[in-house]
Design a protein around this ligand. Sequence first.
Ligand code: BDP
Length: 593
Amino acid sequence: MLSVRSSVSRTALCLDGVWQFQLDDGTGLKEGWYARSLTDPRPMPVPASYNEITTDMEVYDHVGLAWYQRDVLVPHLRDGERLILRFGSVTHHGRVWVDETEVAYHEGGYLPFEADITDHVTPGETFRLTVAVDNELRWDTIPVGYTGTDALGQKRRNYFFDFFSYAGIHRSVVLYTRPAHAVTDVTIVTDISGANGLLTYSVEAPGASDIHVRVLDAAGCEVARAEGAEGTITVEDAHLWAPGKGYLYTLEVHADDDVYPQPFGIRTVAIEDSQLLINGTPFYFRGYGRHEDNIVRGKGHDNVLMVHDFEVMKWQGANSFRTSHYPYAEEVLDYADREGFVVIDETAAVGLNLSMWPGELGDVPGKVTFSPDTVTEATQKTHADHIREFIARDKNHPSVVIWSIANEPESETEAARDYFAPLAQVAREADPTRPVGYVNVAMATPDVEKCADLFDVVMLNRYNGWYTDTGNLALGEKKLRDEIDGWIKLCPGKPIIFTEYGPDTLDGLRDYQRRPWSEEYQIDMLGMFHRVFDDYPQVVGEQMWNFADFRTIPGIIRVGGNRKGMFTRDRLPKAAAYVVRDRWLAMRERLGF
Ligand code: BDP
């Protein structure tokens, strides 16, 4: 799905602000709360997670539907123009009404959806916009989860990841206009030929008879043009997009009266000899797995925080991150494009691995991941659709260089292989140009792993010295080296990227003995991993866990959340941040960005 971008033929009206909000008491749908004003509303900002806006535990821990409402004044439309209502994301599922008409239903909490509401509204008049947000996961949703009832009869959400499953309208809500014949999709693939850039494009614009495109450089000057819905264009003396140099062109797409400006960068991605090449040059990933997470707003997108986070990452000499463990706001990828950051883009398929999870209610059916009662073909179908939707959204971002289709799934069984083989194929069909991978969990070591050959890269989350051999870095190091040797043997020629490593660290806890949880131990453990990485040319990336501390589910191993951040939750550096900064700035100096 295309992002909202303004042009001479498209006007966007942002509906963010303070909406009305009410928790469902089990009667909302039956009684049709969308058909009238909410009876007992409280104010709720959009975008934001609703959980921590109030001080009520009831809101924080709510299970089920939550209702949002506001009035919207409909703008006047020019001849034949359509009015589209678009949500950047509603977590996890959203149902939308315009007055009494249901106009959209979307499952999956981290991708956009939209509805053409032209025929349900009257220009110059106001309509009541109602959204029912559902935070319950099921075995056939991505991510998977289930709602159970505890011994006190309380409904409880269960899911198989540690970050708190915030809910709400997390990204902007926009009303935009477009002509009757509009551009609905653009796909751009770039290549390099000598000093020139090659750009292959295709446009979808149902009903349009006149389609042409112009290529504009970063200053807005036309450098090439072409007729037709698809073709290949040469950009002479192209200015390449490269890590640290986020040069962007715009493909200005014209379809009858519609104009859609699609930014793009000219660059290539390839894998050769255990290296990931960007524009033919080996790239080394320095950075983090991150979360969309912050005080009060939860997972609500916020440009203030986004820009600050990039500034902090640049301060440290990072050049990349992974969108662990779900697709991030479109604004984040736009910003990565222009800042020249390199992104491993991940789906929301986190937690397809029941062996690791006790299940709060203790009733995860048999703890078998792939079974008729847990992850089934229905899950696989949702996962496949999710991959297609996700790649359709993010395919034109030059910053994205790898698709990660799952985080830490079971991958050491035949059932896992049957599950993942078709999904790897779905990703390749949706985008034949980028490497596809999944992020491997510690138990699926190379001697038992069954899925690695389906993928192009090896991405590893390892906690030697933390979850295993706690406090014993010498032993952790030996095992890490042995394991890397195993991966090199199992996957010759494939690059290895460490996508998670690091200990929980309480900021302010200092220790002469440098023991676990102290700031000193974080320095030592990260240092151990880095020392090992430096000995292996096949290791082409270090993305420590996590950029910042983040909110989690309650748990006896979580003190005020997950504390593996390089930075605190309010983005202040722990001691390790300075040590790693020295390393990364030196690497930046040596390798370019
Ligand atoms: C890994 C998960 C990540 C967790 C991390 C941890 O991929 O989401 O937050 O461990 O335990 O298993 O800190």
